[in-house]
Design a protein around this ligand. Sequence first.
Ligand SMILES: Cc1ncc(COP(=O)(O)O)c(C=O)c1O
Length: 389
Amino acid sequence: MIYLDWNATAPPHEDVCTAVAQALATSWGNAASVHRVGQRARQHFDAARAELAALVGRHPRDVLFTSGGTEANNLALRSPFAGTRRGVLIVSAIEHPSVLEPARALEREGVRLHIVPPEPDGRIAVTRIAAALDGLAPADGPVLVSLQAVNHETGVLQPVHEVTALAHDRRALVHVDAVQAAGKLDPRLWDAADFVVVASHKLRGPKGIGALVTLSASDLQPLLRGGSQERGLRPGTQDAALAAGFRVACARASARPLVDAETEALRDRLEVELVRLGERHGARVHRNGTAKRLGSVANVSVCGWRGPELAAALDLEGVAISSGSACSAGSAEPSSVITAMLGRARAESAVRISLGQATTEGDVDFALAAFDRALARGGAERTSGSGDG
Ligand SMILES: Cc1ncc(COP(=O)(O)O)c(C=O)c1O
């Protein structure tokens, strides 16, 4: 199977697997215990905290471990509004559901929600965020702007640096979902943001661990209660094996970014060849998003195909890609990101192909041959289908 769905989750690196297995066998103590068995487990958290802080350009004391990106996003969004039924939340329409769903829940609880639409190229315009901030007064309560660093479906880079400066000028807090960006982009992009979210499994680490990195942990309000772990902000017994794997994933990403010029060259070739293949089979292939993008993601719409059908056809050919949002895979709904950018019709035929560190020239050749066969078969089926009346 050729795996081209790295944005859904990245295959754990073998060094990560070794670290997790070793820590599971030797560091199974309760990290909150004072005895040495517990302290051995605790050391994995200290080391992971330091490594993650280095990766995202923050201090270890600012790192709060969570179960992953979803929990960290929920914690960041809810904290500024905890205990008040007012305030203003400004989010982009192309955020991950782990931002949009808690945002809608907050709206039902009394927070004013402002959803900023993307431009057709997939970028959020700074001017639209400025317009949403204009006219807000201290009496409106706390204000939080939430903008992802990189879009999960298109790879389009968002102007988080400019938006952070703008929001801080107006005394608003800023949350940056860096789940698809950490280890791939320069951390200075989000160095002034109040909340930054990272997920280990997108960095080739284990699932089940992520982090919320804050400028001031005292701003946080826990979602759970019942323990002193993570300074009481994220209670519950922690798994040192996950921390050990996360540490190795962060160290590897610090040493070598997860997306580099080689990855980008492969992605560019894949896109160009896909457009050519489409022409050969009478299908128009649109590239979705012309703004500055991360070099590992291609999002294309193939006219005449529904995204899930094409993803299933590719699966039969031995290639894993995704349609719609990875995290709502299995849902019949087309991608909300492509819908917001380009409308529902285009979204219905969209597929996302995401490459990673281990992707090779041979993988791209294999995927292109698989697309060729799938498009040829689809074309033939459509022709014979129309012949049958
Ligand atoms: C941009 C973005 N944010 C948040 C998440 C959720 O992270 P997790 O799967 O660790 O809960 C994802 C997962 O795909 C994502 O792509």
